[in-house]
Design a protein around this ligand. Structure first.
Ligand SMILES: Cc1cc2nc3c(=O)[nH]c(=O)nc-3n(C[C@H](O)[C@H](O)[C@H](O)COP(=O)(O)OP(=O)(O)OC[C@H]3O[C@@H](n4cnc5c(N)ncnc54)[C@H](O)[C@@H]3O)c2cc1C
Length: 310
Protein backbone atom coordinates (compact mmCIF):
# COMPACT_ATOMS: atom_id res chain seq x y z
CA UNK A 1 0.00 0.00 0.00
CA UNK A 2 1.22 3.53 -0.81
CA UNK A 3 2.65 5.41 2.20
CA UNK A 4 0.37 8.31 1.26
CA UNK A 5 -2.72 6.10 1.73
CA UNK A 6 -1.43 4.86 5.10
CA UNK A 7 -0.84 8.46 6.23
CA UNK A 8 -4.34 9.43 5.08
CA UNK A 9 -5.91 6.57 7.09
CA UNK A 10 -4.00 7.56 10.24
CA UNK A 11 -4.91 11.24 9.75
CA UNK A 12 -8.58 10.45 9.07
CA UNK A 13 -8.87 8.44 12.30
CA UNK A 14 -6.92 11.04 14.32
CA UNK A 15 -4.40 8.44 15.45
CA UNK A 16 -1.20 9.68 17.10
CA UNK A 17 1.69 8.92 14.75
CA UNK A 18 5.03 10.00 13.32
CA UNK A 19 6.58 9.36 9.90
CA UNK A 20 10.11 8.14 9.17
CA UNK A 21 10.71 7.67 12.87
CA UNK A 22 14.09 6.56 14.33
CA UNK A 23 13.68 3.40 16.41
CA UNK A 24 17.08 3.11 18.07
CA UNK A 25 16.02 5.24 21.07
CA UNK A 26 13.15 2.82 21.67
CA UNK A 27 15.43 -0.21 22.03
CA UNK A 28 17.75 -1.17 24.89
CA UNK A 29 20.48 -2.03 22.31
CA UNK A 30 20.25 1.61 21.08
CA UNK A 31 20.52 0.17 17.56
CA UNK A 32 18.23 0.25 14.52
CA UNK A 33 17.01 2.32 11.57
CA UNK A 34 13.76 4.17 10.95
CA UNK A 35 10.15 2.98 10.76
CA UNK A 36 8.03 4.36 7.93
CA UNK A 37 5.26 4.98 10.47
CA UNK A 38 5.32 4.93 14.28
CA UNK A 39 1.81 4.82 15.73
CA UNK A 40 0.81 5.17 19.39
CA UNK A 41 -2.74 3.86 19.88
CA UNK A 42 -4.26 5.18 23.11
CA UNK A 43 -6.90 2.50 23.70
CA UNK A 44 -8.05 -0.96 22.67
CA UNK A 45 -10.48 0.45 20.10
CA UNK A 46 -7.60 2.15 18.26
CA UNK A 47 -5.54 -1.05 18.45
CA UNK A 48 -8.41 -3.01 16.90
CA UNK A 49 -8.89 -0.38 14.18
CA UNK A 50 -5.19 -0.55 13.26
CA UNK A 51 -5.17 -4.34 13.25
CA UNK A 52 -8.14 -4.46 10.87
CA UNK A 53 -6.55 -1.85 8.56
CA UNK A 54 -3.14 -3.56 8.41
CA UNK A 55 -4.65 -6.95 7.77
CA UNK A 56 -7.08 -5.79 5.11
CA UNK A 57 -4.38 -3.83 3.25
CA UNK A 58 -1.47 -6.25 3.82
CA UNK A 59 0.58 -3.55 5.55
CA UNK A 60 3.63 -4.99 7.36
CA UNK A 61 3.24 -4.27 11.07
CA UNK A 62 5.29 -4.79 14.22
CA UNK A 63 4.31 -4.18 17.86
CA UNK A 64 7.00 -2.53 19.95
CA UNK A 65 6.86 -2.57 23.73
CA UNK A 66 9.90 -1.47 25.74
CA UNK A 67 12.28 -2.71 23.02
CA UNK A 68 14.31 -4.77 25.48
CA UNK A 69 14.05 -8.07 23.63
CA UNK A 70 14.48 -7.01 20.00
CA UNK A 71 17.14 -6.17 17.45
CA UNK A 72 15.98 -3.68 14.81
CA UNK A 73 17.74 -3.89 11.44
CA UNK A 74 20.01 -0.99 10.41
CA UNK A 75 17.61 -0.50 7.48
CA UNK A 76 14.71 -0.09 9.92
CA UNK A 77 11.17 -1.33 9.29
CA UNK A 78 9.14 -0.77 6.13
CA UNK A 79 5.58 -0.49 7.37
CA UNK A 80 3.91 0.46 10.65
CA UNK A 81 5.49 0.07 14.08
CA UNK A 82 2.83 0.17 16.78
CA UNK A 83 3.85 1.35 20.22
CA UNK A 84 0.79 0.97 22.49
CA UNK A 85 0.23 3.97 24.74
CA UNK A 86 -2.50 2.54 26.97
CA UNK A 87 -1.23 4.13 30.16
CA UNK A 88 0.93 3.20 33.10
CA UNK A 89 -1.68 2.71 35.82
CA UNK A 90 -2.79 -0.71 37.00
CA UNK A 91 -6.38 -1.20 38.19
CA UNK A 92 -7.24 -3.16 41.33
CA UNK A 93 -10.04 -5.58 40.45
CA UNK A 94 -10.36 -7.26 43.85
CA UNK A 95 -8.42 -7.00 47.09
CA UNK A 96 -8.77 -9.00 50.30
CA UNK A 97 -6.55 -9.98 53.22
CA UNK A 98 -5.53 -13.10 51.32
CA UNK A 99 -5.06 -11.97 47.72
CA UNK A 100 -5.01 -9.21 45.11
CA UNK A 101 -6.47 -9.25 41.60
CA UNK A 102 -5.09 -6.52 39.40
CA UNK A 103 -5.32 -5.52 35.72
CA UNK A 104 -2.10 -4.17 34.24
CA UNK A 105 -2.08 -2.45 30.81
CA UNK A 106 0.41 -3.64 28.18
CA UNK A 107 2.19 -0.28 28.08
CA UNK A 108 2.95 -0.16 31.83
CA UNK A 109 6.67 -0.41 32.54
CA UNK A 110 7.04 -3.95 33.89
CA UNK A 111 9.66 -3.28 36.61
CA UNK A 112 7.69 -0.29 37.90
CA UNK A 113 4.42 -2.26 37.95
CA UNK A 114 6.23 -5.08 39.79
CA UNK A 115 7.59 -2.63 42.35
CA UNK A 116 4.32 -0.79 42.94
CA UNK A 117 2.21 -3.95 43.24
CA UNK A 118 4.77 -5.58 45.55
CA UNK A 119 4.65 -2.45 47.73
CA UNK A 120 0.95 -3.20 48.42
CA UNK A 121 2.09 -6.28 50.37
CA UNK A 122 1.35 -9.04 47.83
CA UNK A 123 3.99 -11.49 46.67
CA UNK A 124 4.96 -13.13 43.39
CA UNK A 125 6.00 -10.14 41.25
CA UNK A 126 9.30 -9.38 42.99
CA UNK A 127 11.21 -10.92 40.05
CA UNK A 128 9.51 -8.53 37.61
CA UNK A 129 11.24 -5.54 39.26
CA UNK A 130 14.50 -6.69 37.61
CA UNK A 131 13.23 -7.33 34.05
CA UNK A 132 13.23 -4.31 31.70
CA UNK A 133 10.51 -3.64 29.15
CA UNK A 134 6.78 -3.13 29.08
CA UNK A 135 4.22 -5.39 30.68
CA UNK A 136 2.85 -6.50 27.26
CA UNK A 137 6.30 -7.69 26.20
CA UNK A 138 6.68 -9.62 29.45
CA UNK A 139 3.38 -11.44 28.75
CA UNK A 140 4.38 -12.39 25.18
CA UNK A 141 7.73 -13.59 26.42
CA UNK A 142 6.40 -15.20 29.62
CA UNK A 143 9.26 -13.28 31.22
CA UNK A 144 10.93 -14.88 34.17
CA UNK A 145 13.98 -15.24 36.36
CA UNK A 146 15.08 -16.68 39.70
CA UNK A 147 12.59 -19.55 39.48
CA UNK A 148 9.54 -17.38 38.71
CA UNK A 149 7.62 -16.71 35.49
CA UNK A 150 4.80 -14.28 34.76
CA UNK A 151 2.45 -17.16 33.93
CA UNK A 152 2.52 -18.12 37.65
CA UNK A 153 0.36 -15.03 38.38
CA UNK A 154 -1.75 -14.64 35.22
CA UNK A 155 -5.51 -15.22 35.35
CA UNK A 156 -6.40 -13.93 31.86
CA UNK A 157 -5.01 -11.86 29.00
CA UNK A 158 -6.81 -9.08 27.13
CA UNK A 159 -5.91 -9.15 23.44
CA UNK A 160 -7.01 -7.96 20.01
CA UNK A 161 -7.75 -10.86 17.66
CA UNK A 162 -9.26 -10.47 14.19
CA UNK A 163 -9.70 -6.76 14.94
CA UNK A 164 -11.86 -7.49 18.00
CA UNK A 165 -10.96 -7.15 21.70
CA UNK A 166 -11.07 -10.55 23.47
CA UNK A 167 -10.30 -11.92 26.91
CA UNK A 168 -8.34 -15.17 26.88
CA UNK A 169 -8.30 -17.47 29.85
CA UNK A 170 -4.75 -18.36 30.92
CA UNK A 171 -5.19 -21.93 29.63
CA UNK A 172 -5.76 -20.58 26.11
CA UNK A 173 -2.46 -18.65 26.20
CA UNK A 174 -0.16 -21.71 25.92
CA UNK A 175 2.52 -20.28 28.20
CA UNK A 176 5.80 -22.17 28.42
CA UNK A 177 9.48 -21.28 28.87
CA UNK A 178 9.90 -17.83 27.20
CA UNK A 179 6.98 -18.68 24.96
CA UNK A 180 3.25 -18.19 24.53
CA UNK A 181 0.42 -18.22 22.01
CA UNK A 182 1.24 -14.52 21.37
CA UNK A 183 4.91 -15.18 20.63
CA UNK A 184 3.85 -17.92 18.19
CA UNK A 185 1.19 -15.77 16.57
CA UNK A 186 2.21 -12.10 16.07
CA UNK A 187 -1.24 -11.39 14.60
CA UNK A 188 -2.56 -11.35 18.19
CA UNK A 189 -1.89 -8.08 20.01
CA UNK A 190 -1.93 -7.91 23.79
CA UNK A 191 -3.50 -4.94 25.56
CA UNK A 192 -3.12 -6.10 29.16
CA UNK A 193 -3.59 -8.92 31.66
CA UNK A 194 -5.26 -9.68 34.96
CA UNK A 195 -3.00 -11.13 37.63
CA UNK A 196 -3.78 -12.73 40.96
CA UNK A 197 -1.18 -12.85 43.70
CA UNK A 198 -1.34 -13.86 47.36
CA UNK A 199 -0.67 -11.64 50.37
CA UNK A 200 2.87 -11.76 51.69
CA UNK A 201 5.12 -10.44 54.40
CA UNK A 202 6.25 -6.90 53.52
CA UNK A 203 9.76 -7.30 54.92
CA UNK A 204 10.27 -10.59 53.08
CA UNK A 205 9.01 -9.07 49.82
CA UNK A 206 11.48 -6.19 50.14
CA UNK A 207 14.30 -8.59 51.00
CA UNK A 208 13.56 -10.68 47.88
CA UNK A 209 13.58 -7.59 45.64
CA UNK A 210 16.93 -6.50 47.12
CA UNK A 211 18.36 -10.01 46.68
CA UNK A 212 17.28 -10.23 43.01
CA UNK A 213 18.74 -6.77 42.30
CA UNK A 214 22.05 -7.72 43.89
CA UNK A 215 22.19 -10.95 41.85
CA UNK A 216 21.55 -8.97 38.64
CA UNK A 217 24.31 -6.51 39.38
CA UNK A 218 26.70 -9.38 40.11
CA UNK A 219 25.92 -11.39 36.95
CA UNK A 220 25.09 -8.95 34.13
CA UNK A 221 27.36 -6.84 31.91
CA UNK A 222 27.74 -3.42 33.46
CA UNK A 223 27.18 -0.11 31.63
CA UNK A 224 26.59 -1.84 28.32
CA UNK A 225 23.58 -1.72 26.00
CA UNK A 226 22.08 -5.17 25.30
CA UNK A 227 18.78 -7.03 24.87
CA UNK A 228 19.43 -9.52 27.66
CA UNK A 229 20.02 -13.17 26.76
CA UNK A 230 20.36 -13.60 23.02
CA UNK A 231 19.55 -17.34 23.09
CA UNK A 232 17.16 -19.48 25.11
CA UNK A 233 18.61 -22.20 27.27
CA UNK A 234 18.23 -25.58 25.54
CA UNK A 235 15.53 -27.92 26.84
CA UNK A 236 16.83 -30.26 29.58
CA UNK A 237 16.40 -33.32 27.28
CA UNK A 238 18.74 -31.65 24.76
CA UNK A 239 21.43 -30.43 27.14
CA UNK A 240 21.92 -29.98 30.87
CA UNK A 241 24.09 -26.98 30.02
CA UNK A 242 22.88 -23.39 29.84
CA UNK A 243 23.27 -21.43 26.59
CA UNK A 244 26.10 -19.33 28.09
CA UNK A 245 28.10 -22.50 28.91
CA UNK A 246 27.76 -23.78 25.33
CA UNK A 247 28.86 -20.39 23.97
CA UNK A 248 31.78 -20.27 26.40
CA UNK A 249 32.89 -23.81 25.51
CA UNK A 250 32.79 -22.88 21.81
CA UNK A 251 35.49 -20.31 22.66
CA UNK A 252 33.37 -17.28 21.85
CA UNK A 253 33.55 -15.25 25.07
CA UNK A 254 34.71 -11.70 24.33
CA UNK A 255 34.66 -12.01 20.50
CA UNK A 256 34.24 -8.54 18.91
CA UNK A 257 32.57 -7.51 15.65
CA UNK A 258 32.46 -3.79 14.80
CA UNK A 259 31.04 -1.96 17.81
CA UNK A 260 29.56 -5.10 19.43
CA UNK A 261 30.89 -7.91 21.58
CA UNK A 262 29.90 -11.35 22.86
CA UNK A 263 30.07 -10.13 26.42
CA UNK A 264 33.18 -11.17 28.29
CA UNK A 265 31.11 -10.80 31.49
CA UNK A 266 28.07 -12.91 30.46
CA UNK A 267 28.57 -14.61 27.13
CA UNK A 268 24.85 -15.17 26.37
CA UNK A 269 24.65 -11.37 26.10
CA UNK A 270 25.79 -9.47 23.01
CA UNK A 271 26.60 -5.91 24.04
CA UNK A 272 26.84 -2.67 22.11
CA UNK A 273 30.13 -1.09 23.17
CA UNK A 274 29.17 2.14 21.39
CA UNK A 275 28.50 2.74 17.71
CA UNK A 276 27.39 -0.88 17.25
CA UNK A 277 25.26 -1.82 14.25
CA UNK A 278 22.50 -4.39 13.90
CA UNK A 279 24.74 -6.07 11.31
CA UNK A 280 27.40 -6.55 14.02
CA UNK A 281 24.92 -8.20 16.40
CA UNK A 282 23.58 -10.33 13.57
CA UNK A 283 27.09 -11.47 12.61
CA UNK A 284 27.91 -12.40 16.23
CA UNK A 285 24.59 -14.24 16.74
CA UNK A 286 25.16 -16.19 13.49
CA UNK A 287 28.72 -17.03 14.60
CA UNK A 288 27.37 -18.40 17.90
CA UNK A 289 24.76 -20.50 16.10
CA UNK A 290 27.35 -21.97 13.73
CA UNK A 291 30.12 -22.63 16.27
CA UNK A 292 27.84 -24.08 18.96
CA UNK A 293 26.30 -26.40 16.37
CA UNK A 294 29.75 -27.46 15.12
CA UNK A 295 31.05 -28.17 18.64
CA UNK A 296 27.94 -29.75 20.22
CA UNK A 297 25.37 -30.54 17.50
CA UNK A 298 22.90 -28.30 19.38
CA UNK A 299 20.90 -25.65 17.53
CA UNK A 300 20.40 -22.72 19.87
CA UNK A 301 17.07 -20.92 19.57
CA UNK A 302 17.05 -17.11 19.54
CA UNK A 303 15.26 -15.41 22.41
CA UNK A 304 15.72 -11.92 20.96
CA UNK A 305 13.36 -11.06 18.08
CA UNK A 306 15.07 -9.74 14.92
CA UNK A 307 12.96 -7.01 13.30
CA UNK A 308 13.26 -5.94 9.63
CA UNK A 309 15.58 -7.22 6.90
CA UNK A 310 18.89 -8.95 7.75
C1 LIG B 1 19.56 -6.30 30.69
C2 LIG B 1 18.39 -7.19 30.34
C3 LIG B 1 18.05 -8.24 31.16
C4 LIG B 1 16.98 -9.08 30.83
N1 LIG B 1 16.65 -10.10 31.68
C5 LIG B 1 15.58 -10.88 31.40
C6 LIG B 1 15.20 -11.94 32.30
O1 LIG B 1 15.80 -12.17 33.33
N2 LIG B 1 14.12 -12.69 31.97
C7 LIG B 1 13.40 -12.48 30.83
O2 LIG B 1 12.41 -13.18 30.60
N3 LIG B 1 13.74 -11.50 29.97
C8 LIG B 1 14.82 -10.70 30.22
N4 LIG B 1 15.17 -9.70 29.34
C9 LIG B 1 14.45 -9.59 28.07
C10 LIG B 1 13.27 -8.57 28.09
O3 LIG B 1 13.49 -7.58 29.04
C11 LIG B 1 11.94 -9.25 28.38
O4 LIG B 1 11.71 -10.27 27.46
C12 LIG B 1 10.77 -8.24 28.31
O5 LIG B 1 9.65 -8.83 28.89
C13 LIG B 1 10.44 -7.80 26.88
O6 LIG B 1 9.47 -6.77 26.96
P1 LIG B 1 9.49 -5.54 25.95
O7 LIG B 1 8.29 -4.70 26.25
O8 LIG B 1 10.79 -4.83 26.00
O9 LIG B 1 9.30 -6.27 24.58
P2 LIG B 1 9.85 -5.82 23.14
O10 LIG B 1 11.32 -6.02 23.10
O11 LIG B 1 9.33 -4.48 22.80
O12 LIG B 1 9.15 -6.92 22.20
C14 LIG B 1 9.46 -8.29 22.32
C15 LIG B 1 8.46 -9.11 21.49
O13 LIG B 1 7.16 -8.98 22.06
C16 LIG B 1 6.25 -8.45 21.08
N5 LIG B 1 5.33 -7.53 21.78
C17 LIG B 1 5.65 -6.53 22.64
N6 LIG B 1 4.53 -5.96 23.11
C18 LIG B 1 3.48 -6.60 22.52
C19 LIG B 1 2.06 -6.48 22.61
N7 LIG B 1 1.48 -5.57 23.40
N8 LIG B 1 1.29 -7.32 21.85
C20 LIG B 1 1.87 -8.24 21.05
N9 LIG B 1 3.21 -8.40 20.91
C21 LIG B 1 4.00 -7.59 21.65
C22 LIG B 1 7.12 -7.72 20.08
O14 LIG B 1 6.46 -7.60 18.82
C23 LIG B 1 8.34 -8.61 20.05
O15 LIG B 1 8.11 -9.72 19.21
C24 LIG B 1 16.23 -8.84 29.66
C25 LIG B 1 16.58 -7.76 28.82
C26 LIG B 1 17.64 -6.93 29.16
C27 LIG B 1 17.99 -5.78 28.27
Amino acid sequence: MEPRAIGAFLDDHKLTFKRDFPLFDYTTFRIGGHADFFVMPQNTRELALLQGFCRQNHVPVFILGGGSNILVSDAGFRGIVIHPDLGEEFRIVEQSASHLRVFVPASARAPLAGKRISALGFQGLEFLTTIPGHFGGSIIQNAGCYGHELTDSIVSVEAVIDAEPRILDKRECAFSYRNSLFKQNPAIWVSGATLEIPAGNAAEITARIDDYKARRIASQPKNRRSAGSIFKNPAKEVSEKKAWQLIDEAGLRGVIEGGCEISAEHCNFIVNNGGGKAADVHALASLIETKVFETTGIRLEREVVFVGEF
